[in-house]
Ligand binder design. Structure first.
Ligand SMILES: [Zn+2]
Length: 184
C-alpha cells in the first residue's frame, strides 16, 4: 500500500508520546488486542465489551460507539457545535481524518488537536485496568484523566512553544468548556 493511501501522519505527526504513536498506529490498522481480535487469533473469549457490558467488543465499538465511550466524547466535546457531524464516523481512522479544526489558538488549539488521541488512549487504559486490575468505568474520573493526560502531553509541544504559559491544570479542568472553545 502506498504511503499516501494511508494517513500515516495521523499517527506519527501528532504531538503525543512515542508509545502512544505506536498505539494509535495499531488502532488505525485495527491491530490492537480487543476481544474480537484475540478470538481471531485462536482464543475463545466470551465477547462482551468491558465498558458497557452489553455489546460485542470490537475496535469501532470500544472507542466510538460504546455507550460508555460516547459519554466521554460527549462530556468533553458537546460544547463544540460541529461535533454533532463528526460523531457519525464510527471507525477511528475516518474519525481522526475528519476531526474538525478549532477556531482558536494557543492552549485551546493545542489541547483540541491532541484531545481525540488522549480519549482513545485513556479509554484503552481504562478498558485494560477493568480487565486486569479490577478497575471500573467512572465518567468523571475518565474525564479528569483525559485532561491530566493532555496536560502532560502538552510538554511535548511545549519544547518549541510554551502553550501552558499563564495556565494551570486546575484552570483547564475547571474552565474546560470556556477555554477549549471556538473563538469568533
Ligand atoms: Zn461497550
Amino acid at each position: 500500500m502506498p504511503l499516501e493511501a494511508f494517513p500515516y501522519k495521523l499517527a506519527w505527526e501528532a504531538s503525543i508520546p512515542t508509545n502512544v504513536n505506536f498505539f494509535i498506529w495499531s488502532l488505525l490498522w485495527k491491530r490492537i488486542l480487543t476481544i474480537d481480535n484475540l478470538n481471531a487469533r485462536g482464543m475463545t473469549l466470551h465477547n462482551v465489551c468491558v465498558l458497557c457490558g452489553s455489546s460485542e467488543e470490537n475496535i469501532n465499538h470500544l472507542f466510538l460507539s460504546c455507550s460508555a465511550s460516547l459519554l466521554v466524547w460527549k462530556r468533553l466535546t458537546e460544547h463544540i457545535p460541529r461535533m454533532g457531524t463528526i460523531m457519525v464516523w464510527d471507525d477511528p481512522k475516518s474519525f481522526l481524518l475528519n476531526w474538525p479544526k478549532l477556531n482558536n489558538r494557543g492552549l485551546a488549539e493545542a489541547v483540541w488537536c491532541i484531545l481525540p488521541y488522549a480519549i482513545f488512549w485513556v479509554l484503552w487504559k481504562v478498558c485494560n485496568e477493568t480487565i486486569f486490575e479490577n478497575g471500573s468505568f467512572e465518567l468523571e474520573k475518565v474525564r479528569k484523566r483525559v485532561i491530566c493526560t493532555i496536560w502532560e502531553w502538552l510538554d511535548i509541544i511545549g519544547k518549541s512553544v510554551d502553550v501552558k504559559k499563564g495556565q494551570t491544570l486546575a484552570i483547564l479542568m475547571l474552565n474546560w468548556k470556556n477555554l477549549v472553545a471556538d473563538s469568533w
